[in-house]
Design a protein around this ligand. Structure first.
Ligand code: PEP
Ligand code: MN
Length: 317
């Protein structure tokens, strides 16, 4: 241990001897290699591997201001809009309707990450311009996905929140590029990402000088086939315990089914989510992506109404 740069502190028990290693792993070599010694049963890190996202170093909840809307405060914020930006009429119709129902942030993918290269890839820069137009006309803030480091400056020029998608949740160079734009970053949980890995991915954003990070649970891959993903609502109290950063729930990618979205939103609000990210489309059956999970404009209005008693019961506005 001394050779590796740590100060050993020996505790002799009846059955075992525990040796504490005092030092900073960022400046010293990793102790993990000691498990190769026959005398060493286990090497256990005492400190959390994430520091800046951790609640240990920042007791109070972080709040993030997005165009005058506080996320992580008393008000439950709703981000809503289509999966993909398709046209001016589609986006503006949706924007007006979700605003009327109480959403404060408009979502819409301009750069899309479809699993197949033959599926809709998004309108790109044209989609960003339409989002900016919708913001001008409605006053709603904008969230859209950043897919590539090459687009970081372009996307940041238009959006108020940068979304990092599930497929890129551990693309660390992309996370660094997003952090450096200075815009708030919403980090989706990867399809098969452990919570610790997610927290560490978030750590990249804070470690690169950007304190405005949201974690967004959007379902993980399991054996279940009734839903597209398994929405893990236990992440709400876990993220709240482990981190000071706000937690957002995306029931749309979470379920992959529009009929489950209301129930999942109620559960998320009751469990303490700070915000919801919901896919809404004027005509889901004609959507260019994720049609099965998008709720209609009327469905969204109903959802917002039905959510009210849950918001009040959770002590929020
Ligand atoms: C989306 O929000 O439309 C999306 C592609 O999300 P995810 O990265 O969670 O699949
Ligand atoms: Mn989608």
């Amino acid at each position: 241990m001394k050779k590796l740069g740590y100060k050993p502190h020996v505790i002799r028990g009846v059955e075992r001897t525990v040796i504490g290693a005092i030092g900073d792993e960022r400046t010293h070599q990793s102790l993990e290699t000691l498990t190769t010694w026959p005398q060493v049963e286990k090497v256990m890190p005492v400190q959390k591997r994430y520091k800046l996202v951790s609640r240990e170093g920042h007791r109070s909840n972080s709040t993030i201001d997005v165009r005058g809307n506080t996320i992580g405060g008393k008000k439950l914020q709703v981000m809503a809009g289509p999966c993909s930006v398709e046209s001016e009429i589609q986006l503006l119709t949706t924007a007006e309707a979700v605003k009327k129902s109480g959403a404060t942030i408009l979502r819409g993918g301009a750069f899309k990450p479809p699993t197949s290269p033959y599926e809709f890839q998004g309108l790109g820069a044209k989609g960003l311009k339409l989002l900016a137009k919708a913001r001008r006309e409605t006053g709603l803030a904008i969230i859209t996905e950043l897919l590539s480091e090459d687009h970081a400056e372009l996307v940041a020029e238009y959006t108020d929140i940068i979304q990092i998608g599930a497929r890129n949740a551990q693309n660390f160079q992309l996370l660094i590029a997003a952090a450096r734009t200075g815009k708030p970053v919403l980090l989706k949980r990867g399809l098969s990402m452990k919570i610790e890995e997610w927290l560490l991915a978030g750590e990249y954003v804070l470690a690169h000088g950007n304190p405005n990070l949201f974690f967004c649970e959007r379902g993980i891959r399991t054996f279940e086939t009734y839903t597209r993903n398994t929405l893990d609502l236990s992440t709400i109290p876990i993220i709240k315990q482990e981190s000071h950063c706000p937690i957002v729930i995306d029931p749309s990618q979470g379920a992959g089914r529009s009929d489950l979205v209301i129930a999942l939103c109620k559960g998320a609000v009751a469990m303490g989510a700070d915000a919801l990210l919901i896919e809404v489309h004027p005509s889901p059956c004609e959507a260019w992506s994720d049609g099965a999970q998008q709720v209609t404009l009327e469905g969204f209005a109903r959802l917002m109404e039905e959510l009210k008693p849950f918001i009040a019961a959770a002590g929020r506005e």
